[in-house]
Design a protein around this ligand. Structure first.
Ligand SMILES: C[S@@+](CC[C@H](N)C(=O)[O-])C[C@H]1O[C@@H](n2cnc3c(N)ncnc32)[C@H](O)[C@@H]1O
Length: 245
């Protein structure tokens, strides 16, 4: 009887937790624009270790303090181990879901170099960042890439888990996996832009190319008139010849 009671209590507890989980997933899905943004799924497995490894390589190389951010940081699966390992660098996670955000804040207690900020990562400015991590949906890759391409500095590195970002310059792809399932990591930097010509130099270049075109037209018309003259003189010679005959 006692044993049956425990089993019933356990089943009730599991059922209760499952309902809470389902309610949370529904809230998370709606909170993330019904598929527009990725819901809370923590990085895990080999891909998590590979991203941390890639970030570690960059952070180790700099003696100056760097600014690192995770866009949609969840509970800090990527940022927390890095913040513990590199107290000289500064870490900031943006997250709009209060549940993972609170979990992250609790786990970060005692660490002075990490901040969890509640907010929409599409509304922040990343011009001061040196390293950006993200794990977003495929559909977010296009608008987020466009925003980053405009804002980030040339020395900034962007690491994207699983999904490519648009508009940025791809540095490399890393083959990784999540529990045996092959997945990729995409590394980007700011796209190289053509150097802007100063207005005066642009005018000069335009005038020069205009003059060149005019010269070409002149040369062409000279050749044509030369050919016409040649033809005419040829005809004259012919008529003279025919006259002689
Ligand atoms: C796939 S999870 C990644 C979590 C974490 N980066 C990690 O690797 O463990 C994506 C997270 O981004 C958050 N998120 C999605 N869109 C967001 C937005 N526009 N602004 C802030 N957070 C967002 C979600 O709530 C979710 O926690």
């Amino acid at each position: 009887m006692c044993c049956n009671g425990i089993i019933v209590l356990l089943a009730l507890f599991i059922g209760f937790m499952a309902i809470i989980y389902l309610l949370y997933q529904t809230y998370s899905y709606i909170r993330c624009g019904c598929g527009k943004y990725g819901p809370f799924v923590s990085s895990y497995g080999k891909i998590k270790e590979d991203i941390i490894g890639e970030a570690r390589r960059i952070l180790q190389q700099s003696s100056a303090p760097l600014k690192v951010t995770d866009l949609g940081c969840g509970s800090g699966a990527l940022l927390l181990p890095l913040a513990r390992e590199f107290p000289q660098h500064e870490f900031i996670g943006y997250e709009w879901d209060i549940v993972p955000l609170t979990m992250g804040k609790i786990k970060a207690a005692g660490l002075a170099n990490i901040k969890f900020v509640k907010g929409d990562y599409m509304k922040q400015n990343y011009s001061a960042m040196d390293l950006i991590l993200c794990y977003v949906l495929k559909v977010t890759g296009e608008p987020l890439g466009k925003k980053l391409a405009q804002e980030i500095k040339p020395s900034c590195t962007v690491i994207s888990e699983m999904f490519p970002l648009g508009h940025l310059e791809e540095v490399k792809q890393i083959e990784s996996s999540i529990y045996g399932v092959p997945e990729k990591i995409f590394i980007y930097r700011k796209p190289r832009q053509e150097k802007k010509q100063p207005a005066a130099a642009k005018k000069k270049a335009e005038a020069k190319s205009g003059a060149k075109i005019a010269d070409k037209v002149k040369a062409k018309s000279n050749t044509r008139s030369g050919m016409a003259k040649g033809k005419a003189s040829g005809a004259k010679v012919k008529s003279l010849k025919s006259g002689r005959n």
